[in-house]
Ligand binder design. Structure first.
Ligand SMILES: CC(C)(COP(=O)(O)OP(=O)(O)OC[C@H]1O[C@@H](n2cnc3c(N)ncnc32)[C@H](O)[C@@H]1OP(=O)(O)O)[C@@H](O)C(=O)NCCC(=O)NCCS
Length: 166
C-alpha cells in the first residue's frame, strides 16, 4: 500500500488517538486501557522521531513514536518504540514502512538502542519488529496485569550498528 511517511503534527492527533484506540481494542497491544489526552501523550514521548503514515487524502493510517526508558544519562540513547496501524490498514506494509523510518530517524537523533515490550500473543508485532532488525532478549513472566489477568511480555531490542559504536 502506498503511504507517505511524514512528521507527526498536532493536527494529526485526533486520528493518531483513534488509531491508538483501535490498538487498545485488540487487547494485545499495551497494558494501557485508555488513550491519553494530547498533553499527557506529548509529555511522555520524545519530540523527535514522531511519524505518521498518511494514506490517500492525507488520512493517518498509522503512527510510530518513541519514549525514554530512563532519566539516567547512561540510557540517554535507549528508547521504547510504539507503533500502531489503523485496523483497516493492517497487513499491508504500513507498520513495516513506519518502523523502518523510525529506525532511520532514531539513528539520526543519536539513539543507539530501540526496545519494545510485546505480548507474545501479538505475533504480528513480534514478526514486524524481527523483520526490522530486533531480537528477542527474553520473556518477562507475569510482569503486569491487564484487565485482571497477569500477562507475560517479550522484551525485544535493536542495537544500532552505526550509532554509539566507539
Ligand atoms: C503490529 C502492527 C503495528 C503491524 O503493522 P502492519 O501494518 O499490520 O504490519 P505489516 O503489514 O507492515 O507487516 C510487516 C510484517 O509483520 C508481520 N505480520 C504482519 N501482520 C501479521 C500477522 N497478522 N500475523 C503474523 N505476522 C504478521 C509479517 O512478518 C510482515 O512481514 P511480511 O509482509 O514480509 O509478511 C499492527 O498489526 C497493529 O497496529 N496492531 C495493533 C497495535 C499493536 O499491537 N501495536 C504494537 C504494540 S507492541
Amino acid at each position: 500500500m502506498n503511504t507517505a511517511i511524514e512528521k507527526m503534527l498536532p493536527a494529526h492527533w485526533p486520528r493518531v488517538r483513534a488509531v491508538y484506540e483501535e490498538g487498545l481494542a485488540t487487547g494485545d497491544a499495551t497494558f494501557e486501557t485508555e488513550a491519553p489526552e494530547w498533553e499527557r501523550w506529548d509529555a511522555s514521548h520524545l519530540r523527535a522521531c514522531r511519524l505518521v503514515a498518511l494514506a490517500e487524502g492525507g488520512r493517518v493510517a498509522g503512527w510510530a513514536a518513541l519514549s525514554h526508558v530512563s532519566a539516567r544519562k547512561v540510557y540517554a540513547g535507549v528508547a521504547e518504540v510504539s507503533v500502531y496501524v489503523g485496523a483497516e490498514f493492517r497487513g499491508r506494509g504500513v507498520g513495516r514502512a513506519l518502523l523502518k523510518a523510525l529506525v532511520r530517524e532514531s539513528e539520526s537523533e543519536g539513539v543507539w538502542t530501540l526496545q519494545a515490550g510485546i505480548f507474545p500473543e501479538n505475533t504480528a508485532s513480534v514478526a514486524l519488529h524481527e523483520a526490522c532488525g530486533f531480537r528477542v532478549v527474553g520473556r518477562r513472566e507475569r510482569v503486569g496485569k491487564l484487565k485482571g489477568r497477569w500477562r507475560d511480555t517479550l522484551l525485544l531490542e535493536r542495537r544500532s550498528q552505526t550509532v554509539g559504536v566507539d
